[in-house]
Every structure is written in structure tokens, then in C-alpha cells.
Design a protein around this ligand. Structure first.
Ligand code: ADP
Ligand code: MG
Length: 622
């Protein structure tokens, strides 16, 4: 047999391993969650491929994860019957970083350092395979891919800059398919090799893995055994018949070891919502989406009738940072299953992210329609709602259908509509929560998304509008909704008034407000640059038009023709004089009835841009 070959880690890997070991030392147990999640991913990949290639399963029909412990020697082995790795995949996956989990970890680490650092938070992130070195001196990965005839062994040591790969030759270690990880625990971490400890961790961290996880447990049963007779007692026995029976047998506990199913494998979305607690939903969310905060809201539902599917949707507690996330189509926020088979959460196959799909090329070759299919499905979820996370499982979608057919698919259209409706119901639920802070939090994080929805999704204006919030002349501290505004309208008030400005202070100080305030009319302050465009797209709410008070011809319904005529006569010449002096700088100089204490005001033309828009346009061209 060939000798083991030595490889150097990519430089970032060594750095990452240092970071993991140094920042997670108080949270070592996450290693188990990470390794189980890798096993589960590997099983998902296999199950997915086996839909079209059932022969992939022939080497091992069971799809499961088994964890065995040797507490005397401090060894933990984790075996899965998943997709395994070829020699090249071992080099690519365990010697370099391109993984989503690890990237997220690095970012979280940086953020938390910037924020003064709570390293405990980081423990909640996916840190990936290298977390094995948190507790191990040595890690051995023995793996067999269905694509290869050979089984390979990857071996690495803590604090080393290189690893080795060799062929598996020990016949006792050969596996039909999948991966077997052996961890040789550090001296201080040998406690993890206690079967009860592992069992508890699996229950804690991996209860939502949808493949069975077995742990190797010591069991016992009681049994009556005969006791050898003591000659002295035998004598007594002749005297007393009653004690005789007792003395002859005794109860003993017979010990043996066996696999024990340790997790609940029915996916949470298939359970009856009545049997699922809020904590369960939150845990599932955090586990599935690698989040460390509880969600703001969740919604678990089944739709029946023409199209049947089950889903759990969530509103996260905070928005991902960065502008690109808002318009990013490449979110991994909706996980699509068909008949419980995980199809995809990743549809950017052109760039081939290494994160979830170990080899997208392979997938595209073997099953192109499936990939297109998930791309198409996810495109169907409006991008402004892309912050909503969740799982969707349908029995009605066929696994193999071409993209062309899907574009016409009524099923997909209906699913999309229902998901969108449920997402809105969930958000509306937050807005009606007794706890006003919940919605404030929501608005702070996702208000911009909904405003984008006003622009992008005419069809859902009715659902979006009641969720919008603005400051107003009568509520400068707390934002109000349009319903509150409408309730507060004067009996003869026809329109919803607004002024766009760059801050509440500058809105409050514009002369346009004077007359409206005098008449006690409420004016919305649109202080976010996108507000004005959003409102213009809405046009009206409950049949009341949005009216920009900075535009000419503002009609407050109090025209006095007589008086206007008088004024025109008196000040006509003054106007001409001003226009002459200002020349092209203004389009027109007019007498107005909209001011009460200021002598004059600059207004925008009816069809022109508002001053706010003009400012925005300028900012963009710079
Ligand atoms: P991530 O899971 O975020 O991709 P990890 O560091 O946890 O990052 O894993 C790196 C890669 O190693 C995985 O993407 C996968 O390709 C491969 N891998 C890890 N564990 C297994 C396993 N048990 N079976 C098959 N492949 C695995
Ligand atoms: Mg992983």
C-alpha cells in the first residue's frame, strides 16, 4: 500500500483553527453539534441524489448517524452513512476554507470584538469541522464516497500546520459508504467520552436533525438468578421452609451495550402545532439557520385544498447587516423540501458556492432540473420579503420537472401566494402585539424592506400599507401607522398630508407646515429617503390620497376667491419685481394662502420633483 501523503493547510485554515480554539475554549461542546450537522448534511446530499439514482443506496440502506464512546481511552467516533468524500474532496473540504459557517463565524468574531466582545455569543455560530480540535489532540476521518472504490483516511493533529491522507487498509475499519470520524480527546476533555454526556448533548443540540442519531449506551435488565447454597444456611433451611425460597434466588442487573435512538426524528413541521412549544420553534430556528437570537415571531401552518404543503415561517430578531443583504437574492432563508427530501436553500449555482453543495457540478450533471427548480421556486418569493426565514415542505411538487413547466406551474404560484400571505399575517401579528416594542424592533430592522415592497409589489399594497410607520407633526417621538392617522383625521379632511425632509427637526421647521398646524391638521414626516417614493407608489390609503404639502396648489379646502383677488391686486407688482430679480432661478412667483407667519416659501411645481427628491437625486449623481 502507498504511504500516507502529507499536505499543508491553506494559510487561512491555520489561522481559523487558532481563532476557534482561542475564542471557544469555554464553549467546547459545540464541536458535537458541528460534527452532527456535517453528518446530517452528508445524509441530505445522499438522499437527494438517490431520488434519481436509487442504486446509490445499495451499499447501506439505512441513513443514520451513530456515536460511540470509549470512556476509558477518551475516544469518540461519529459515523454516518452519508455521501462521504473522495480523496480530492478531502483535500478541498478539510484543507481549505470556503464554507458559509466558517465565514459567518469569522464575521461574528470580528463584530463581537468591535462591540467589546461577548465570546459566548460566538459559540452559537456554525464554526464547522475544525471545532473538532477544540477537544481533540488528534482527528481521524475515514470516508468512502460512492464515486470512489477506495476508502480514504484524513488525519490531523491539533496545532499542526499539515495533515495526511492515506488509503484505508485495516479491514476492520472499512465501511460501505459514508464517513467515520474518530476523535482522540485531549486529556482535560475526556469527559466527553462518557456515554451519558454525549446523550445529553445530542438531546440538547441536535434534536431537530431529521435522521436518526443513535448513541452507544449501557443498558441493563433485571433478572432472577439462583444463589449457590451456603451449607450453614442449608441446615437452617430444613428448619424453616419459608426462608428457603428467598435464599435460593436473587435479583441481579444484567448489563449490556446497545444502540439507543437519542433524537426525535419527525420533522417539527410535520408535528401537530398543539404539541410544539414556543421553545421548540425557537430552538429549531436557531439550529436550522445558525442564529443566536430567538426569532421575533413564528408561524406554523398547513395548507390544504388545491395545493398541500406545510411550512414554518419566522421573522428574525435582527436584520443581517449590510445594504447588499436587503436586495440580495442569494439568501438561504427558505429551505425547500419535497416529500421531506431536502431540495435546496441555495440557488446560486452559477458561482457554485462550496458551502452547502459539495459539488454543484455533479448535481447539475446528474439532476439539472432539480437545481433549476429550486432556483425558480425561490425567485418566486418576493425579494423584499427575503428576510423571512423558514421551511416549506410540499407533497404536490414532483421531484423531476423542467423549469419551463414550472414557470407555468399553478402549484408554485399558489404556494408563493400563500406563503406571502402567511408572512404578512405573521408581521401583522407582531404589529398587534400588546408589547409595542416588538413592532418597533421589527420596524427598525425591516421597515425598509416593506417600503421596498410598496415600490415592487403593487399587488400587496393593501397588506403592506397598514404596516408602515411614520413620525408626524403630532407624534414626533413615536411613530404612528396610517390607521392611527386616518382615525385622527378632521371630519372634513380629505387627504393624508406629508412632508419629506431629512430629519424630524427640519420637517418641523419648514414653513409649509404653518397653516396646517394652525388648522390642527396632522402631517406625516417622511424622514427616510425611501419614504417618499414608497408613499408615491401607494398613492392612497383607505381612499385618501397622499398629498405632498410642499407642492404648489395645496388645497386645504378653504379657498376664499374674493380675498385672493384683493391680494393679487395689492401684491401683483411685488411678485413681478421679485421674479425679475430672481430670473431663471425660479419658475414662478405667486401669492399664496398657505403661510401664516413666514413671509415667503419655496415650493416645488406640481409635476416636478420635491425638494427632498432633488436632494436624493443629487446625492446619487455625486
Ligand atoms: P460547512 O459544513 O459549513 O460546509 P464544515 O467546516 O463543517 O463547513 O465542513 C466542511 C466541508 O467538509 C463540508 O462542506 C463537507 O463538504 C465536508 N464534510 C464535513 N463533514 C462531512 C461528512 N461527515 N461527510 C461528508 N462530507 C463532510
Ligand atoms: Mg458544517
Amino acid at each position: 500500500t502507498l504511504p500516507a501523503e502529507k499536505y499543508e493547510y491553506q494559510a487561512e485554515v491555520s489561522r481559523l483553527m487558532d481563532l476557534i480554539v482561542n475564542s471557544l475554549y469555554s464553549n467546547k461542546e459545540v464541536f458535537l453539534r458541528e460534527l452532527i450537522s456535517n453528518a446530517s448534511d452528508a445524509l441530505d446530499k445522499l438522499r437527494f441524489l438517490s431520488v434519481t439514482e436509487p442504486e446509490l443506496l445499495k451499499d447501506a440502506f439505512e441513513l443514520d448517524i451513530r456515536i460511540q464512546t470509549d470512556k476509558d481511552n477518551g475516544i469518540v467516533t461519529i459515523t454516518d452513512t452519508g455521501i462521504g468524500m473522495t480523496r480530492q474532496e478531502l483535500v478541498d473540504c478539510l484543507g481549505t476554507i470556503a464554507q458559509s459557517g466558517t465565514a459567518k463565524f469569522l464575521k461574528a468574531l470580528k463584530d463581537s470584538k468591535d462591540a467589546g466582545g461577548d465570546n459566548n455569543l460566538i459559540g452559537q455560530f456554525g464554526v464547522g469541522f475544525y471545532s473538532a480540535f477544540l477537544v481533540s489532540d488528534q482527528v481521524v476521518v475515514s470516508t468512502k464516497s460512492p464515486k470512489s472504490d477506495k476508502q480514504y483516511v484524513w488525519e490531523g493533529e491539533a496545532n499542526a500546520s499539515s495533515y495526511t491522507i492515506r488509503e484505508e487498509t485495516d479491514p476492520e475499519k472499512l465501511i460501505p459508504r459514508g464517513t467515520c470520524l474518530t476523535l482522540y480527546l485531549k486529556r482535560d476533555d475526556k469527559g466527553f467520552a462518557h456515554p451519558e454526556r454525549i446523550q445529553k448533548l445530542v438531546k440538547n443540540y441536535s434534536q431537530f436533525v431529521s435522521f436518526p442519531i443513535y448513541t452507544w449506551q449501557e443498558k441493563g435488565y433485571t433478572k432472577e438468578v439462583e444463589v449457590e447454597e451456603d451449607p450453614a444456611e442449608a441446615k437452617q433451611e430444613e428448619q424453616d421452609e419459608k426462608t428457603e425460597k428467598k435464599k435460593k434466588t436473587k435479583t441481579v442487573v444484567e448489563k449490556y451495550w446497545d444502540w439507543e435512538l437519542t433524537n426525535e426524528t419527525q420533522p417539527i413541521w410535520l408535528r401537530n402545532p398543539k404539541d410544539v412549544t414556543k421553545e421548540d420553534y425557537n430552538e429549531f430556528y436557531k439550529n436550522t439557520f445558525n442564529e443566536y437570537l430567538d426569532p421575533l415571531a413564528s408561524s406554523h401552518f398547513t395548507t390544504e385544498g388545491e395545493v398541500e404543503f406545510r411550512s414554518i415561517l419566522y421573522v428574525p430578531a435582527i436584520a443581517p447587516s449590510g445594504r447588499e443583504d436587503m436586495i440580495n437574492l442569494k439568501t438561504k432563508n427558505i429551505r425547500l423540501y419535497v416529500k421531506r427530501v431536502f431540495i435546496s436553500d441555495d440557488f446560486d449555482w452559477r458561482t457554485g458556492t462550496k458551502g452547502f453543495w459539495f459539488s454543484l457540478n455533479l448535481l447539475v450533471q446528474t439532476y439539472p432540473t432539480c437545481i433549476n427548480y429550486s432556483i425558480y421556486f425561490l425567485e418566486q418569493f418576493p425579494r423584499y420579503l427575503s428576510f423571512v426565514k423558514g421551511v416549506v415542505d410540499s407533497n404536490d411538487l414532483p421531484l423531476n420537472v423542467s423549469r419551463e413547466i414550472l414557470q407555468e406551474s399553478r402549484i408554485v404560484r399558489i404556494m408563493r401566494k400563500r406563503l406571502v400571505r402567511k408572512a404578512f399575517d405573521m408581521i401583522l401579528g407582531i404589529s398587534m402585539s400588546e408589547n409595542r416594542e416588538d413592532y418597533e424592533k421589527f420596524w427598525e430592522n425591516f421597515g425598509k424592506h416593506l417600503k421596498l415592497g410598496c415600490i415592487e409589489d403593487r399587488e400587496n399594497h393593501k397588506r403592506i400599507a397598514p404596516l408602515l410607520r411614520f413620525f408626524s407633526s403630532q407624534s414626533e417621538e413615536e411613530m404612528i401607522g396610517l390607521d392611527e392617522y386616518v382615525e385622527n383625521m378632521k371630519p372634513d379632511q380629505k387627504d393624508i398630508y406629508f412632508i419629506a425632509a431629512d430629519s424630524v427637526t427640519s420637517a418641523r421647521n419648514t414653513p409649509f407646515l404653518e397653516r396646517l398646524l394652525q388648522k390642527d391638521l396632522e402631517v406625516l414626516y417622511l424622514v427616510d429617503p425611501i419614504d417618499e417614493v414608497a408613499v408615491q407608489n401607494l398613492k392612497s390609503y383607505k381612499e385618501k390620497n397622499f398629498v405632498d404639502i410642499s407642492k404648489e396648489d395645496l388645497d386645504l379646502g378653504d379657498k376664499n376667491e374674493e380675498k385672493e383677488k384683493e391680494m393679487k391686486q395689492e401684491f401683483g407688482q411685488t411678485c413681478d419685481w421679485i421674479k425679475k430679480h430672481l430670473g431663471d432661478k425660479v419658475a414662478n412667483v405667486q401669492i399664496s394662502n398657505r403661510l401664516s407667519s413666514s413671509p415667503c416659501v419655496l415650493v416645488s411645481g406640481k409635476f416636478g420633483w420635491s425638494a427632498n427628491m432633488e436632494r436624493l437625486m443629487k446625492a446619487q449623481t455625486v
